[in-house]
Design a protein around this ligand. Structure first.
Ligand code: NAD
Ligand code: UDP
Ligand code: UDP
Length: 343
């Protein structure tokens, strides 16, 4: 089976004499950094469900215990409060490295910390992967393409990124993280995998994280106007979180380093997105135009032919199917918040 046949595990740097995971009935042991966050917690659910041992490392900057609380008490689950900027010693077979704030509001909050997380955090996790011979997957981002001059974006495109702008802590940070991953791969033989994730949404996104889907959904539920930045004609391509999780696992288990675009090619302007949110939650919702943020990419749409061909992966859930799947989670949390305030 999948666990017994996973032959690259070793828990040690030696090239020979590695102990296959199946021996002694030991299960595949996996670290998920950032596993208490939005994407990470959905990934953890999948790994636990298929029988793996999972260790989550998280400093709870944007993650929450609530996202993983349903695994507390499960002996196959461990949660470590730790900042990946500091070194850590562990013995595992695979490292999914997600730790990094993803919403522009969060990553701009302390840009130097964001850079440290991307550079020192990724360096530490690669050092760990090297020492124990674990396979390492980096969750990079479509932001490495910056404000793209090529559309849709293929993995071969090198990007159009402002190195000194407000978004640089994140997009240049991720570009450096990709560089580090490739250097550990070429120089130290670490088995790396690189995913370039496009805008993803779903249950457990932070309520007020400033990302457009979470903002619009929360605003529509609270009967507030939907805040469209700029003229609303900029585009994004929105992927439902379960599609992403399936892509990340396919990438980790496959034989290809990447980078791979993981995203849904369905492209929407922010005004179109606002319409879908209105249809789904409140047709009476109004729109409030606000000034846009600096360096906002004008358009973004993944070319996913590489992932389709080499990973046999493609997203299954359209925006109109996926949005309703996050509404009840948002409604419950907004209700709890209101009750907490005594409303
Ligand atoms: P998130 O903010 O919900 O999750 C990030 C998690 O990392 C949180 O639990 C946070 O507490 C933790 N974290 C942050 N800094 C840390 C540190 N120094 N040490 C330990 N833990 C730390 O974001 P998300 O949407 O779940 O994104 C997960 C990953 O996917 C990120 O690396 C992000 O860059 C990447 N990504 C996400 C999207 C998206 O649309 N969601 C798009 C592109 C890339
Ligand atoms: N590292 C870690 N856990 C380990 C091994 C390494 O956190 O199990 C960190 C280590 O502290 C260092 C980084 O990963 O900061 C890079 O390690 P590497 O061995 O590649 O480089 P070096 O320590 O030789 O600079
Ligand atoms: N945006 C918007 N209203 C909001 C939040 C964001 O119109 O309340 C816009 C934002 O200007 C950008 C797009 O939505 O053009 C996507 O922004 P998000 O922060 O979700 O992701 P990213 O910019 O990282 O793709």
């Amino acid at each position: 089976d999948q666990i017994a046949s996973y032959s690259k595990s070793n828990f040690g740097p030696g090239k020979t004499g590695r102990i296959p995971v199946g021996i002694g009935n030991r299960r595949l042991r996996i670290v998920v950094t950032g596993g208490a966050g939005f994407v990470g917690s959905h990934l953890v659910d999948k790994l636990i469900a298929r029988g793996n041992d999972v260790i989550v490392i998280d400093n709870f900057f944007t993650g929450r215990k609530d996202n993983v609380v349903h695994h507390f008490g499960n002996p196959r689950f461990e949660l470590i409060r730790h900042d990946v900027v500091e070194p850590i010693l562990l013995e595992v077979d695979q490292i999914y490295h997600l730790a990094c704030p993803a919403s522009p509001v969060h990553y701009k909050f302390n840009p130097v910390k964001t850079i440290k997380t991307n550079v020192m955090g990724t360096l530490n996790m690669l050092g760990l992967a090297k020492r124990i011979g674990a396979r390492f997957l980096l969750t990079s981002t479509s932001e490495v393409y910056g404000d793209p001059l090529e559309h849709p974006q293929k993995e071969t495109y090198w990007g159009n990124v402002n190195p000194i702008g407000e978004r640089s802590c994140y997009d240049e940070g991720k570009r450096t993280a990709e560089t580090l991953a490739m250097d550990y791969h070429r120089g130290a033989d670490v088995e790396v995998r690189i995913a370039r994730i496009f805008n993803t949404y779903g249950p457990r996104m932070c309520l007020d994280d400033g990302r457009v889907v979470s903002n619009f959904v929360a605003q529509a539920i609270r009967k507030q106007p939907l805040t469209v930045y700029g003229d609303g004609k900029q585009t994004r391509s929105f992927q439902y979180v379960s599609d992403l999780v399936n892509g990340l696992v396919a990438l980790m288990e496959g034989e290809h380093v990447g980078p791979f675009n993981l995203g849904n090619p369905g492209e929407f302007t922010m005004l179109e997105l606002a319409e879908v949110v209105k249809e789904t939650i409140d047709p009476a919702a109004t729109i409030d135009f606000r000034p846009n943020t600096a360096d906002d990419p004008h358009k973004r749409k993944p070319d996913i032919s590489k992932a389709k061909e080499l990973l046999n992966w493609e997203p299954k859930i359209s925006l109109r199917e996926g949005l309703p799947l996050m509404v009840s989670d948002f409604q419950n949390r907004i209700l709890n918040e209101d009750e907490g305030k005594g409303l």
